[in-house]
Design a protein around this ligand. Structure first.
Ligand code: SF4
Ligand code: ZN
Length: 331
């Protein structure tokens, strides 16, 4: 399992095509086959389909309002750069847009991806803010990994450190830069993996944190995170990024990814989709309906958040997860 996965999956979108297949929109030769439709598209109409889905998701869930300052979290990968590109394309005239580039300190990986992200920001004339774990927390991921490997304790995967710390930085900088919304590049696959993983962990609070708007209700001090790509499968974003010429990082995977728990969920979901096309969208629609019902029943009345006593970021506990993790590392 690695970074070649979206490439393989995107290749599969072409495998179902037979000689002479035509685009359902214009009757020209088809270049993409979406088995769950099933539908076939030429390049131009596939691009239109993805852009329509992006705008539809934003409209359907009211993710962006005119005049809001949008901060887009960019890693340099296909998803976040596609989110930035589309946000600029459709909201560049009516909204202020800033990119937030977070360097987790994974040498040989994130530094390369962020170089591409910066290049794109310059090309698309989008101002960016570059922040790093090293300057914000005093330690980067490569160093954290070395520290952890010296202990005999099981701290789980490195992604739990990385994800928690990144979320803290995203919120910190969204507030610092007075952003109204924080846009992330989470795609349909990312969301479904989290939903399934949290269901299997019997973690109902986290389970309902997925979806187009992160969290169940708006909480002061927590800048709302929105995911306009959440209804587009990963392979289709990969194909779209290549069709419209978005340069993105496509080198080797994060060295910590191999041990990530979500790999197994990715594999299961892809197998299900392969055998029963449409499963991913069915599961997503089921989740969205469930979420709406739970919110309307007020079963999830929202979580009360305090300010972390160490860093001041919102937290359900006295000390937030990031500060807790950092103090474990110090000790
Ligand atoms: Fe961070 Fe894990 Fe992603 Fe690597 S794979 S960048 S450690 S979340
Ligand atoms: Zn804290």
């Amino acid at each position: 399992m690695g970074c070649e996965m979206p490439f393989i999956m995107a290749k599969n979108l072409k495998c179902g095509l037979k000689k002479g297949d035509k685009c359902i929109k214009c009757n020209k030769p088809a270049s993409v086959y979406l088995p769950y439709g099933p539908q076939k598209f030429c390049d131009k109409h596939f691009i239109q389909l993805i852009e329509k889905r992006f705008r539809k998701t934003i409209r359907k869930y009211s993710l962006i309002r005119k005049g809001e300052h949008l901060l887009v979290a960019v890693s340099g990968g296909k998803d976040s750069l596609t989110a930035l590109y589309l946000t600029k394309k459709y909201f560049g005239k009516q909204n202020k847009i800033t990119a937030l580039l977070i360097d987790e300190g994974i040498s040989g990986y994130r530094d390369k991806a962020l170089k591409i992200a910066m290049k794109n920001c310059k090309k698309w004339r989008i101002p960016y803010k570059h922040v790093s774990f090293k300057t914000e927390f005093g330690i980067g991921m490569s160093h954290i990994s070395k520290k952890i490997s010296k202990t005999k304790k099981n701290f789980g995967s490195m992604c739990s450190f990385c994800g928690t710390m990144r979320r803290t930085l995203m919120n910190r900088y969204a507030k610092k830069l007075s952003a109204d919304k924080l846009i992330t590049g989470h795609n349909l696959d990312d969301e479904l993996q989290s939903i399934l993983m949290n269901a299997c962990d019997n973690d109902i609070a986290r389970f309902f944190r997925s979806g187009p708007l992160a969290g169940v209700k708006q909480i002061p001090d927590l800048v709302q995170r929105v995911k306009p790509l959440c209804e587009i499968p990963e392979a289709e974003i990969f194909l779209y990024a290549n069709y419209v010429g978005i340069e993105h990082y496509s080198g080797s995977c994060c060295p910590f990814r191999a041990k990530a728990k979500r790999n197994i969920y990715r594999k299961i979901l892809n197998e299900l989709e392969e055998h029963y096309p449409g499963t991913k969208y069915s599961l997503w629609n089921f989740y969205i309906q469930l979420r709406v019902k739970f919110i309307s029943l007020k079963i999830l009345s929202g979580i009360e958040l305090n300010k972390c006593k160490k860093c001041g970021e919102p937290s359900t506990k006295e000390i937030c997860d990031t500060c807790k993790k950092l103090s474990i590392l110090k000790n």
